[in-house]
Design a protein around this ligand. Structure first.
Ligand code: FAD
Length: 438
């Protein structure tokens, strides 16, 4: 790609697919324009699970990671696109600020969060990440640098937000942080006996800023633990260290053999996890790290799925279809005896950009180790999702086909038209965009 480009075997979080790519680093904006003569795709922390930031030529944005300015009055933080969300929270939580929206890991770049228009546990109230982006600087396919926002070059802004890196390279962004009184969260855990009960709980908890549920998807009933939370006030966190709680860090040092995670071990883990929680409602004041980023406490946890990797299957269904559709998906998964350690349910609000994943309804995320029969099962789940008017999350996808994408994303053609306008030569391409003909 240039003098600094090296050939590497890379994969994203699911370790599937693994590809040989020419990887260059975004060192300076001046040199970047010279790299746009052939197709490429931007890549941040590689925390999308599948192939959205993989291609033959990849641009790592990680060296582009500086804070540029901060306005104490408004909370507006300007930073380069390779800045990792974890660096933002570590720096700003002690000063009384938090991210307006955060995904379930802090090891994500600002560029990646904008391109996937990521959602958090507060989507039903605060929308996705891009709602809080005040402006962007973007390098377009012709090498020009364009400032854009909802008021300036608004069409480009709308296409880049949630645009999966296909409309331009985000160089820097201004994000509005939100004020918090403490680094703690007041959390309630509520046990639910089945899917219907947990959905009722979501409805009744709609005024809680954050809510999420863990589902025991092998139990058949969809029994669940729902966790809801709000940033703790000074009074609620009285007596706790002002610096916040440190979460211990564990590591999975190597890929576990694939038999380590089979249907029996997952069933046992889920049963124990559910049984450990007390009946009714349990209240706690917890550090923000363990509330927002419980999985980050175990580094490289993706290795428990073995070298063959895994797929995260994340679907969303319109609210009125959610109960029947999610029950049908869980039933099919349980019948297939496919264990999913992680089965997470959230309530979402409206999607705001052409390829944004959210729609008003419920989203379910399931992790599956890659096995011989998996893709056949996932094709069956696709049919259930489409039958119920839903779609799959591009940031998690490694295998859906173009038909499923087109049916799920009503604005797929509108996005293609915008891409043709901003990137007529097709400079920005990923393995995913080629598979889905975006
Ligand atoms: C444990 C875990 C939990 C997660 N929880 C959630 C969650 O709760 N909610 C949620 O929405 N997502 C979640 N995700 C997914 C993750 O937030 C997204 O995939 C995010 O996009 C990853 O950002 P990244 O920096 O790793 O980018 P990558 O994975 O490298 O890239 C993601 C996309 O962004 C594009 N991109 C990256 N940088 C730029 C740039 N500078 N300019 C243009 N395009 C760019 C890439 O081309 C690609 O299309 C989770 C992921 C993990 C591993």
């Amino acid at each position: 790609m240039n003098a600094a480009a090296v050939k590497k075997r890379i994969a994203n979080w699911g370790n599937y697919p693994v590809v040989e790519a020419e990887v260059a680093r975004l060192e300076t904006e001046e040199r970047l324009a010279g790299l746009l003569s052939r197709p490429m795709i931007a890549r941040g922390m590689g925390r999308c699970y599948g192939d959205a930031s993989l291609g033959e030529r990849v641009l790592s944005t990680l060296p582009h990671d500086r804070f540029l300015s901060f306005d104490e009055g408004t909370g507006d933080l300007e930073c380069q696109a390779g800045t990792v969300l974890g660096t933002i929270v570590e720096t700003f939580v002690p000063r009384g600020w938090f991210l307006p929206v955060t995904p379930g890991t802090r090891f994500v770049t600002v560029g990646g969060a904008i391109s996937a228009d990521v959602h958090g546990k507060n989507h039903h109230i605060d929308g996705s990440f891009c709602r809080h982006v005040r402006s962007l600087r973007v390098m377009t396919a012709d090498g020009g640098i364009v400032n854009c926002s909802q008021n300036e070059n608004a069409e480009l802004f709308d296409t880049v937000c949630g645009g999966m890196g296909l409309a331009g390279i985000i160089l820097s962004a201004v994000i509005r942080l939100k004020k918090v009184e403490t680094p703690y969260v007041r959390q309630e855990t509520v046990k639910a006996k089945d899917l219907g009960e947990v959905m009722d709980l979501f409805e009744r908890s709609a005024d809680w800023p954050y809510s999420v549920a863990w589902i025991d998807c092998l139990s058949g009933s969809g029994r669940a633990l729902m966790i809801r939370g709000a940033h703790a006030t000074r009074e609620e966190a009285l007596g706790l260290p002002v610096s916040g709680a440190k979460t211990p860090s564990l590591n999975v040092p190597f890929f576990l053999p694939s038999f380590a995670l089979n249907g029996v071990s997952v069933k046992l883990f889920n049963a124990l996890y559910y049984a450990k929680a007390r009946r009714g409602v349990t209240t706690a004041i917890t550090g923000y790290e363990s509330f927002f980023y419980p999985l980050d406490g175990v580094q490289n946890w993706n290795r428990i799925y073995g070298r063959r990797g895994f797929v995260q299957y994340q679907l969303v269904l319109p609210k009125e279809q959610s109960r029947a559709g999610i029950a049908a998906v869980l039933k099919r998964v349980a019948d297939a005896g496919q264990g999913s350690f992680l089965a997470v349910l959230k309530l979402l609000g409206k999607g705001e950009h052409l390829l944004s994943f959210p729609m008003e309804g419920y989203t379910l995320a399931l992790d599956f180790p890659i096995t011989k029969n998996l893709f056949g099962l996932l094709d069956e789940l696709d049919a259930i999702v489409l039958r119920h008017g839903g779609r799959l999350y591009l940031a998690k996808d490694a295998r859906m086909n173009a038909g499923t994408f087109n049916k799920g994303y009503a604005n797929a053609d509108a996005f293609r038209a915008r891409k043709a306008k901003f990137d007529p030569r097709g400079v920005f391409q990923s393995l995913q965009s080629k598979r889905l003909h975006i």
